[in-house]
Design a protein around this ligand. Structure first.
Ligand code: FE2
Length: 449
């Protein structure tokens, strides 16, 4: 969300109304001080504050939902609507350096409203505020479920409203997959809230530690995993950048081959782990070009046998370059064999049919397709229909027919953004005359004998 002055006026009005409503609720809640269990409330408020600050403290940026939901929902059971509103309002104070005041106020206000409404829903559905007793289970689940649903619904509506009203200012599209992740995480955290409330009767505030500590540890580990993933991606991106720097006209080729390979892999229902590996393999398939002299790679005209042999070495060179990177795993086979042909006339080993690793059969299709549908120095990009026709024509000789049909199905389903290069600002000299991945213009080699 942008700073308040940058927001359009309907968003400003909404913001002020929300803050006002939350202010009234909080004032009313504080006035009911004689009915509140203040010691429990303060511990829960502290807990909520810590949970709200945790994403920053643990550097877990990917987590879709803050653990603070658990604390807010536990407050609904233990200290009622007024207490829950006061607990949730502490979001204003969360330790998140750089978080603008307008966003803090919005978070505090919306959580206070959600907490209060969830508390009312809990009461309305027959829940009793206070320490849950053994006899309250399992009946408490129904009112707790009502509170959870109301908290989520109001939280969603209030957030969606500000995003819609602030249209054009920091607008974000939330993918459906993220929404599902959010809902699942939310339901999980809601369960932890009930667990805290249930244990409170026995071990009071220690219940929060008992319940949330393992959760924090899990989130920390999750954050570490994501940090590792990011460093993998950065390593691969750096290698791709190095390859593409050699040739202006292949810019973005690695990424697009990776995308097309993933489309095929998804179409043939490859598992998640292998999907990641094929993505990496697509990105790095031509990394061995780093080991081929640039003047050979970009030579205009017919190649000598020696020069062609140097090009044919690039899959092996690629393997040599990345062999030490453990996480690439099955990607190695894709890099090494992406120029094998289905009829056995490819290189480096002349494998045929099912002898060619599956990754390599996928990359071969993706590589040729992107090469044909991208501009090259010696020709403009072909239309997608022509490239598909070429893939069909060469299915069974150059390409695995299964992978060709899988790719065509994926193309029909999700489409493809054709890629044309803007004219380079400065004339690029010595550009590749023949792209070795382009099946429509095979490399010509002259015998030196
Ligand atoms: Fe290649």
């Amino acid at each position: 969300m942008a700073a308040l002055r940058e927001l359009p006026w309907p968003a400003k009005v909404y913001f002020v109304v929300l803050i006002g409503a939350a202010g009234v609720l909080l004032a009313r809640s504080a006035l009911a001080y004689d009915r509140l269990e203040w010691s429990t409330l303060l511990v829960l408020a502290l807990l909520f504050l810590v949970c709200e600050s945790v994403p920053t403290l643990l550097s877990v940026r990917q987590a879709a939902v803050s653990v603070s939901y658990s604390a807010a929902l536990a407050a609904v059971v233990l200290v009622g609507p007024q207490g829950a509103a006061l607990v949730a309002a502490t979001a204003v104070l969360s330790v998140r350096p750089g978080l603008p005041m307008v966003k803090r106020l919005f978070n505090g206000a919306q959580f206070a409203v959600c907490g209060y409404a969830a508390g009312l829903a809990y009461n309305w559905a027959g829940g009793t505020v206070g320490l849950p007793q053994k006899t309250d289970f399992p009946e408490i689940i129904l009112p707790y479920g009502a509170a959870t649903g109301v908290f989520l619904a109001i939280n969603f509506v209030l957030t969606a409203l500000i995003l819609a009203l602030a249209e054009g200012v920091g607008k974000r599209q939330v993918p459906v997959r993220n929404m599902v992740q959010f809902l699942v995480s939310y339901c999980g955290y809601a369960t932890f809230g009930l667990l805290i409330a249930g244990l409170w009767a026995t071990v009071q505030s220690i219940s929060a530690v008992l319940v949330l500590l393992p959760l924090f540890v899990a989130r920390w580990a999750f954050g570490q995993y994501h940090a590792q993933q990011r460093s993998y991606e950065a390593t691969i991106a750096a290698l791709c950048q190095a390859v593409e720097t050699k040739d202006y006209y292949t810019r973005g080729h690695c990424t697009r081959v990776s995308l097309a390979s993933s489309m095929i892999a998804e179409e043939i229902r490859m598992g998640t782990e292998r999907l990641n590996a094929i993505r990496y393999a697509g990105m790095l398939h031509d990394v061995g070009k780093l080991g081929v002299p640039t003047k050979v790679l970009q030579k205009d005209g017919v190649l000598t046998e020696e020069e062609f042999a140097a090009i044919q070495l690039h899959p092996m060179r690629g393997l040599e370059i990345v062999r030490g990177i453990d996480f690439l795993d099955e990607a190695f086979a894709g890099i090494m064999h992406h120029h094998e042909k289905y009829d056995g006339r490819g290189y480096p080993m002349g494998l045929a049919g099912a002898e060619i690793p599956e990754f390599a059969r996928i990359i071969a299709v993706a590589d040729a397709f992107d090469s044909m549908t991208s501009d090259r120095s010696y020709r403009k990009a072909k239309p997608i229909s022509d490239a598909v026709g070429e893939l069909r024509k060469n299915a069974g000789t150059q390409f695995d027919p299964v992978m060709v049909s899988a790719f065509i199905r994926a193309l029909d389903r999700v489409g493809w953004q054709p890629r044309t290069m803007p004219e380079p600002a400065e004339p690029v000299r010595e550009m590749a005359a023949k792209d070795h991945d382009d099946p429509t213009t095979p490399i010509q080699v002259v015998s030196e004998r």
